[in-house]
Design a protein around this ligand. Structure first.
Ligand code: CU
Length: 109
């Protein structure tokens, strides 16, 4: 019998996500299938929160971390500027990050 939750992104720990291209607007839906909230952190870039559970936030701001409610979803938008290379996003709870709730992706020109 197993207890607790799997700390995974898209069913993988240490997920490898698709590359993104410099200058191409990114609109990402972050879906939390677990009952607890997870603070999503995008390393090295700022994003706008567009929707939380389908509703626009009260105000627009630049963030590098957003809380994704349990069983909820958040839509973010961001623009990869000209810093190609390896980047990552992860849960900002250290234990979750360390347990594999993180992903790498490449920014390409
Ligand atoms: Cu977490």
């Amino acid at each position: 019998m197993r207890h607790g939750v799997d700390f995974v992104i898209d069913h993988e720990s240490h997920h490898r996500d698709r590359p993104v291209r410099v200058g191409e607007l990114q609109v990402w839906d972050i879906v939390n299938g677990s009952p607890m909230s997870h603070p999503f952190h995008l390393h090295g870039f700022f994003f706008r929160v567009v929707e939380v559970n389908g509703k626009p936030p009260a105000f627009l701001s630049w963030e590098d971390t957003v809380d994704v409610p349990g069983r909820g979803r958040v839509r973010i938008a961001w623009l990869p500027d000209d810093r190609p290379g390896e980047w990552m996003y992860h849960c900002h709870i250290l234990e979750h990050h360390a347990a594999g709730m993180m992903a790498h992706f490449e920014v390409v020109r």
